[in-house]
Design a protein around this ligand. Structure first.
Ligand SMILES: *Cc1c(COP(=O)(O)O)cnc(C)c1O
Length: 390
């Protein structure tokens, strides 16, 4: 049976060139980068090269990039350490209602410690209102964290404008750019952010390796204490093979960004138009203008997204109902809820995310299966266009 993977925002496969780069560091080049003999020095050089590759992807200087264990660690680090560091100046943090749980749950933990958090609303297109951000700032505001690209419905936030507002008030600014990397151009100088989170497995690198950009001069205290690795900012013996892989993935992502984004946009728009042409009552969640090039979050009215997902799986098609991290719970997506999507419609929503290995044939097959499944499920559904709610 045909296998179609349409969940690239959950994770991506490791590209062959990336894997080839990683393999030697497990075996013959296994040295500890802190060791002074040859295989140690070699590992250290590999890390330096990867740091430069990741820095180039985001327009940073290599010294401003620190490797972490994942995107979640980077988000936890930025928020927790910045909050504790600036505690004497205030206890107020601003973020949005549609952040990844790595940010939202860290904010909740900080609230338990006595910090106060404002969660900004988003408009139906998924973007924040900059005036609402400016109005939310008080004398006690110490940190603003706004994601660059949303993982569920792909909204691209006005990060540059938001960071400028933060700067005007002398407030630290962090952005979660895990979904942005490789899909939209990132230039930390142009954006004016202080901290930025990245993860390798969303850009065809391995899982379990991330990075954080920390602007030069921002003395963010470490989260993980121990040895002097990573310029004394993040202790722990470096994961050299994964760092090498992340570097290679970043290099490829930078080289192919324009072409990749153009190809994805074309496939995504083709997919949405084919679905809407062949299936009635399907809406796109979020706006199309400022959107991740590979994201199609669709509401199939009058059916349960979970049933649709399981039946697609039966046909070999992998999609998700929201973020992979929360899809095990039956809680309606906090992101779609924040967009103002009614709860029945959220339950009928699925996220299709297209990536480098997606073909037009994959999408045609998916539409074909969707037509069959949606028809069947709607026939069984107690609600319908004729019977009510729309
Ligand atoms: C995947 C993801 C993360 C978490 O990254 P991990 O490396 O899986 O911990 C954080 N933020 C966003 C927006 C993501 O999509």
């Amino acid at each position: 049976m045909r296998k179609v993977y349409l969940d690239y925002s959950a994770t991506t496969p490791v590209k062959q060139e990336v894997l080839d780069e990683m393999i030697p560091y497990f075996t013959e080049k296994f040295g500890n980068p802190s060791s002074l003999y040859e295989i140690g020095a070699e590992a250290k050089e590999t890390i330096m090269k990867a740091r430069e590759q990741v820095a180039q992807l985001i327009g940073a200087k290599p010294q401003e990039v620190v490797f972490t264990s994942c995107g979640s660690e980077s988000d936890n680090w930025a928020l927790t350490s910045a909050a504790h560091w600036k505690r004497a100046q205030g206890n107020h943090i601003i973020t949005t209602k549609i952040e990844h749980h790595a940010v939202l749950h860290t904010c909740q933990a900080l609230e338990k410690e006595g910090f106060s958090v404002t969660y900004l609303n988003v408009k139906p297109d998924g973007r924040i209102d900059l005036q609402e951000l400016a109005d939310a700032i008080t004398e006690k505001t110490i940190l603003i964290s706004i994601m660059m690209v949303n993982n569920e419905m792909g909204a691209i936030q006005p990060v540059k404008e938001a960071a400028a507002i933060a700067k005007k008030h002398g407030v630290l600014f962090h952005t979660d750019a895990v979904q942005a990397a490789g899909n939209v151009p990132i230039d930390v100088e142009e954006l004016g952010v202080d901290m930025l989170s990245l993860s390798a497995h969303k850009i065809y690198g391995p899982k379990g390796i991330g990075a954080m950009y920390i602007r030069r001069g921002v003395a963010l205290p470490p989260l993980i204490h121990g040895g002097a690795q990573e310029m004394k900012k993040r202790a722990g013996t470096e994961n050299v093979p994964y760092i090498a892989g992340f570097g290679k993935a970043a290099e490829i992502a930078r080289r192919q960004l324009a072409e990749h984004a153009e190809r994805l946009t074309e496939l995504r728009d083709y997919f949405i138009s084919q679905v809407q042409k062949n299936i009635p009552y399907v809406d796109v969640n979020g706006g199309m203008e400022h959107r991740h090039p590979g994201n199609a979050n669709l509401a199939f009215n009058f059916i349960e997204g979970e049933s649709l997902l399981l039946m697609l799986d039966y046909y070999g098609i992998s999609v998700s109902t929201g973020s992979a991290c929360s899809s095990k719970s039956l809680e309606p997506s906090h992101v779609l809820a924040a967009l103002g999507v009614p709860v029945e419609k959220i339950h009928g929503s699925l996220r299709f995310t297209i990536g480098d290995f997606t073909t037009k044939e994959d999408l045609d097959y998916t539409v074909e299966c969707l037509v069959k499944i949606v028809e069947k499920l709607r026939a069984l559904s107690p609600i319908s266009a004729e019977k009510g709610w729309n």
